[in-house]
Design a binder for this molecule. Structure first.
Ligand SMILES: [Fe+2]
Length: 350
């Protein structure tokens, strides 16, 4: 299967002369465009304003080392303390961390899952303008063809939308900036009917709370072994309440594991890794079309009370072709009522 060669790596080493010429032309055009900056008077992430701080380059070097590990292992797990330091290095404001920890208190019912509360939002990582932009609302679907087998596979789901309190949070925006830096130029096995020539990535962001009650077990992945129908999935832990320590471990399986198999029935020889998000900002990133994954349920410490687990899930893939099942619900138009655009920094892309 072809690998994604559409985007040069951050540190190109040898291109044909014509490619260099057209790259030079593109670079010239890009330099003529004014760089995107956050709306004036806001406290959003301005990664370009960090460029005068020596510690910014240390942060970039550490993220590039993680990117190299991602290229080699197809998965990285970044622990809380390291992630917090990287986000601060990218310009996140310390006071935005506690705000992000409580944002899931204002989630509502999920369209298809009784044990989940949810919101989502669509964003564009645009490497032509080197910016992250909020996109307009679209319904959402995942199908069995994308290795997602559940009672609601193929159904059009409409989620409540992520609000400004999350999308304008600089720590949240720094998570996106981190993801963009890691995925840029990483070659992956292609999914069918995605536009790999595009220099832009569509990101569907879910803010999810899984809830276990005395009557109902909360399943972070009711679908069992699956993949998310995208190129790169990133999951960040925000917090939990009354959650037992053996809850919600993530298992990664090779692609030969059967989609839809429940965790109790998986083949041990297909398991490649296990990680567990335990602390605020613990973050997993995985090449979604090269590894399947599954999760164990959320268990309560006090079984007479509700237990919750709050996460951010960042799905990222190339835009789809018209023939893709999401071909008519993949708009790249900006969100009119909740606009957001901030600059991204990618080494070697300017
Ligand atoms: Fe998933």
């Amino acid at each position: 299967m072809p690998l994604d060669q559409g985007v040069p790596p951050p540190f190109p080493s040898g291109f044909a002369a014509a490619t260099i010429e057209s790259a030079k032309e593109k670079k010239k055009q890009k330099q003529q465009q004014p760089a995107v900056r956050p709306a004036p008077g806001t406290s959003q992430l301005d990664v370009l304003a960090q460029a005068y701080k020596p510690e910014f380059y240390e942060t970039v070097a550490r993220i590039m080392a993680l990117r190299q590990k991602y290229v080699e292992d197809r998965v990285i797990f970044v622990e809380s303390r390291e992630m917090q330091s990287l986000l601060l290095g990218l310009g996140a404001r310390p006071e935005d961390f506690p705000r992000m920890q409580v944002v899931s208190n204002r989630l509502y019912h999920d369209p298809t899952l009784p044990f989940r509360r949810s919101r989502n939002g669509r964003f564009l990582i645009d490497f032509d303008s080197n910016s992250l932009r909020r996109l307009e609302f679209q319904p959402f679907t995942l199908t069995a063809e994308e290795d997602f087998k559940r009672h609601d596979s193929g159904q059009l789901r409409r989620f409540d939308e992520v609000q400004n309190e999350l999308q304008l949070n600089s720590a949240f925006q720094a998570l996106f900036a981190f993801k963009a830096m890691v995925l840029h130029g990483v070659a992956t096995i292609h999914r069918p009917r995605l536009a790999y020539g595009a220099n832009r990535w569509v990101c569907t962001l879910f803010n999810l709370r899984t809830v276990t009650t005395p009557d109902l077990v909360g399943e972070p992945a009711l679908e069992g072994v699956h993949s998310d129908g995208v190129d790169h999935t990133m999951t960040t832990y925000l917090g939990s309440s009354n959650m037992a320590p053996n809850s919600a471990a993530t298992f990664m399986h090779d692609m030969d594991e059967t989609t839809g198999v429940q965790l109790d029935d998986v083949s041990p020889h297909h398991i490649l890794a296990r990680v567990q998000h335990r602390n605020f900002l613990d973050t997993l990133m995985i090449v979604d079309h090269e590894r399947k994954h599954s999760l164990s349920p959320v268990y309560a410490v006090d079984e007479t009370k509700e237990a919750t687990r709050d996460m951010l899930i960042f799905f990222t893939r190339k835009p789809v072709d018209k023939t893709h099942v999401s071909g008519s619900i993949d708009s790249l138009r900006p969100h009119r009522d909740m606009p957001m655009e901030i600059p991204l920094f990618v080494p070697g892309s300017r």
